[in-house]
Write a protein that binds this ligand. Sequence first.
Ligand code: BGC
Length: 795
Amino acid sequence: MVLLKTNGAFPLKAPGRLALYGSGARRTLKGGTGSGDVNVRAFTTIEQGLRAAGFTITTDAWLDAYDAVWQKARAAFTAGIKARIAAGDPDGFMLALGAVMPEPDYDLPLDGEGDAAVYVLSRVCGEGDDRHAVPGDFELTPTEIRDILSLQAKYPRFLLALNVGGPVDLTPVADKVDNILLVSQLGMTIGDSFADVLLGKAYPSGKLASTWAAWADYCHIGDFAEMDETRYREGVYVGYRYFDSVGKTPLFPFGYGLGYTTFELAVNRIELDSSFVSVEATVTNTGRRPGREVAQLYVSVPQGKLDQPFQTLAAFEKTDELLPGESENVLLGFDLRDIASFDNETACEILEAGQYALRLGVSSRDTTVVGAIEIGKTVIARQLSHIGGEPDFVDWKPEAVPCAPLPEGLPVLSLDTDAFDPAPLPGAPEISEEAKAIAAGLTDEELAYLCVGDYRETGSDSFVGSAGMQVMGAAGDSCSRYPDKGIPSLVMADGPAGLRLDRQYGEDEQGRYSIQPSLFELVKDFLPDEMVNTMHLNDVKAERHGVIHDQYCTAIPVGTALAQSWNPEVCRACGDIVGEEMERFGVHLWLAPALNIHRSPLCGRNFEYYSEDPLVSGRAAAAITDGVQSHPGRGVTIKHYACNNQETNRLRNNSVMSERTLREIYLRGFRIAVENGDPRAVMTSYNLLNGEHTSHREDLVETALRGEWGFDGLVMTDWVVAFMAGAAHKYPAACASGTIKAGNDVFMPGSPVDHADLMNALNNGEARYPLTRAHLEKCAARLIDLALLLREQAE
Ligand code: BGC
């Protein structure tokens, strides 16, 4: 949790009478919706957590009345969507998946007894739709503003608790409310955790992983949520890189978060070893309660041929728990190469000549310059080749980025530019001889089966996020046709807030069968009957009467909450939980972590993603990967590669951006995750990049991912299923032949149409994406390679 404001009224000394209000009090959200939802047995709501901790809630009448208002609004909302779908809206299913009901308005008496009150504000969002800058979604409703301000005036101790996956514009209340806690969406123990923090048995020590600001203050230079073309005109000025460079003050800056205590930071030494910078600092708890602090190191790169944001996060380190008066030395280190900028003219990442100021602090807006690195002449950090295509505009840049002279007397260390060489590129890894030999022995048709996900010949069960046939509720499987040829099938199930499987499944003499497809359960209320029937999802339930098994999974905090911990250990521990459940339920690849950048606070899937900053994103992803992959035979799938930053028209939206922006902001987190986490798989994204689907872009898959970063695992597509791909738009959805040609190994979730597309493209010069047998063999061999590796590990 991130403490945004405090006047010392919390934590409370003991549980007592508490007035509890707000949409998230009883209807607490453990996470968002869509394929990232996790089917738990149960979870504690905030109301339940508080009662279990011994609080007497004095607002039952308010909570009951709010429930009634909500139910009524929900019924009207559901009927509205159902009618739109029935009227033939081509994006019907996505509409149902992303359907988010805005908060209703009401006027209920705020008369709970007690001297302490908590108002829990919640917001839900998810796959299939973006959020909207309107009251009840990104903004507060008049009802919420009125009630929050009245409660602040009425109760001596009042806490505004935010049960949200991403920012809400708190402008109307931020400076008037004394205590604000970002609880976030923390998975199944959220209610108990909240009670612990309220009572001081635990303390908030999180920091914002993205900027919280007034809607008008966010960067509106580029497009967002356009249907066809979304132009990223703002270039690298994303999140704090924008706010700091134009001198706008956000409500709560990137990296910010208070605690129940206070800290002081003092720098001990700064060293430069070759191109590696280390800053050692002492963090001291100067307050009266225990806590943990996050030391953050930013660099102001000098302006040169390339314009530069005011500062860039280069390193961070969280202390252990420090008792009052206790200190800890933390070491913040980074390689200068990792803050190099892409020069489009030479296709190189360069470090330009000049002075690089090092800023140490506890948030992006609370830093002190502690020294500098001097680079005498421009050096090349990496020699690359062009990827990603070109935009039809020149990136925006700020008129004048603030820049102050380095204070006197600080250490300035010089990089030895003569001894500095460009970093070598690893080159695409080899596929094992064993896997190559198995692939070479297969027919063309068999190879084509391996290059698409497993499916039933009817194709009717290829339901997005629920196409798995071996583990019920898994999102899909790789081809299961050839066990006798020594090729295991891989079971893939979603995340990122845990492992998403059906709660229960049936098993009889014919095998396992699905009784509760989980994603379907999520949308079924919105779907007209005919649509439900064409999906054939109800047939089995009526016909089979086997044994019912449970398959409940653990919901961990949403991606943004994990990033807000700024603590790789927390991420690793959550990965460990997921890895253990993968072993238990027989899942090989987890379709997570998801690390797209928080470019706009309105992206409907931001809660699944980590941060507006690629370093925070990449480190969180690498740590969770480590946790999952510490379980033999289990791997992660980092997604959605790349530039998938909005949900509007998500299958066919074109992200238009410069190569510098692509590399420095949108690919960098993936590169960090690959280089530091060694993920087993990568999922390409639905969207296009500069006019071509990312999954059709050989430059993204082969040149960057495999060639520049040395990724040696499996590349799969995101789930393109016929009924989603059908709607008419400027760009078509990706197709199997296009993705295999570009170096994806498996087109998911797979259908007869996809297999036929591959067979048609094979040796066919007339096909849109002509394929040779060598293409199929290579992809199949990479899949076999991974399947053999995971099997060997598991044995
Ligand atoms: C989502 C992916 C997910 C996949 C499988 C897609 O709709 O974009 O994130 O992993 O479905 O459920």
